[in-house]
Design a protein around this ligand. Structure first.
Ligand code: TTP
Ligand code: MG
Ligand code: MG
Length: 360
């Protein structure tokens, strides 16, 4: 069967989240920053909306540089990972429902294998349009979609037209689509490799496809040459990896009776926390974000989260944070009674005490 893969990537994700909760930002340049705290403007730009990008402001540049290029109405905001993670989860839930096989690839992107759902490429195009409109309707966010016969080309296609783009590369058109694009679009071709390729006169993916294999082998060895050649022609057999890495570990349970008493709910959270930490230890995962879920007797779901600077695996921290989040939620909503409660950890890394900027 013909494989049909969609790659969905949210547009200027963190900045779009900020526009969503504060619509007065719309139309202004918005810059989301990770402040390092050392001095007023030290730190880096996490992302910027398209108005800010027109001023030359983009992910990774120092905040001080961005301020120099900014216009008077440019708005600078600190990152709020909890809010973006919550939105990301909502997005993934919507996307997942459209796929035969689903792989979340980062906080704002996912691969969907829709081979049997869509049947053919024109079906895939209608499906992609439906995904875009349903995502907008349910989460308020816009995305760009790439459709292709494999992950490699789908990912490059989703980035081809942004924001709110839809790019389809039909089977056997892969090499032609890729040819004019910069070689650095391919996975694994960073700054250094780009320089080495340029020294050989190779700038575009098409140049790479046409390059002499022996010249490439002399410079990069056999394995890289094979990879370059295949990728440049848009050949990629890699499967989706639905369970690549846990994005979160969560436990949820129904209370013996509906309640709004922290003294009744906290021991339940403690028990869930112990189970969660056991799983985290088994998978050697350290987490930065702790969330609680509160499902009311009317079956409305509420989530509260807290994110820490440093990854941890501490049961005590999980217990005390879950209790604190729940306590705050209950005191802010005294009229609600809860039927089910849950706890969750996310924002994983494999190591403790490692500075992570962002999961992207
Ligand atoms: P991207 O999808 O790479 O970028 P984006 O969604 O901001 O913009 P685009 O419309 O081009 O897709 O990254 C997703 C989020 O990850 C981004 O909103 C912020 C974060 N991020 C960083 O914090 N630092 C970085 O250097 C990059 C590239 C992303
Ligand atoms: Mg994005
Ligand atoms: Mg992305």
């Amino acid at each position: 069967m013909q494989r049909i893969i969609l790659h969905v990537d949210l547009d200027y994700f963190f900045a779009q989240c900020e526009e969503l909760r504060n619509p007065s930002l719309k139309g202004k340049p918005v810059v989301v920053c990770v402040y390092s705290g050392r001095s007023e403007d030290s730190g880096a730009v996490s992302t910027a909306n398209y108005e800010a990008r027109k001023l030359g402001i983009k992910s990774g540049i120092p905040i001080a540089f961005a301020k120099r290029s900014a216009s008077p109405e440019t708005v600078f905001l600190p990152v709020d990972f909890d809010f973006y993670s919550e939105k990301s989860e909502q997005v993934m839930e919507v996307l997942r429902s459209f796929a035969d096989v689903f792989e979340q690839a980062s906080v704002d992107e996912a691969y969907l294998d829709v081979s049997s759902k869509a049947k053919n490429f024109s079906g895939a195009k209608s499906l992609a349009e439906k995904i875009k409109s349903e995502l907008k309707e349910k989460t308020g966010l816009t995305c760009s979609v790439g459709i292709a016969s494999n992950k490699l080309v789908a990912k490059i296609a989703s980035d081809f037209l942004k924001p709110s783009g839809l790019t389809m590369v039909e089977p056997r058109k892969e090499a032609e689509f890729l040819a004019p694009l910069k070689a650095s679009r391919l996975l694994g071709i960073g700054k250094k490799t780009t320089e080495r390729l340029e020294n050989l006169g190779i700038k575009t993916i098409g140049d790479l496809a046409n390059a002499s294999p022996s010249v490439l082998t002399d410079e990069f060895g056999r394995n890289w040459t094979d990879y370059f050649k295949q990728s440049a022609l848009g050949i990629d057999e890699s499967p989706l990896e639905p369970f690549r890495e846990a994005q979160q570990i969560s436990r949820i349970t129904t209370l013996k009776q509906d309640s709004n008493e922290i003294s009744f709910i906290a021991p339940v959270l403690d028990f869930l926390s112990e189970e969660i930490i056991e799983s985290a230890k088994a998978e050697q995962l350290f987490f930065r974000t702790i969330s609680i879920t509160a499902i009311t007797s009317k079956l409305e779901t509420h989530t509260k989260s807290k994110t820490f600077e440093q990854p941890t695996q501490s049961l005590e921290l999980l217990k005390s944070t879950a209790r604190e989040l729940m306590q705050n939620f209950l005191s802010q909503n005294p009229e609600l009674k809860l039927r089910r409660v849950g706890a969750r950890i996310s924002n994983f890394s494999k190591k403790e005490n490692q500075k992570t900027l962002a999961e992207f």
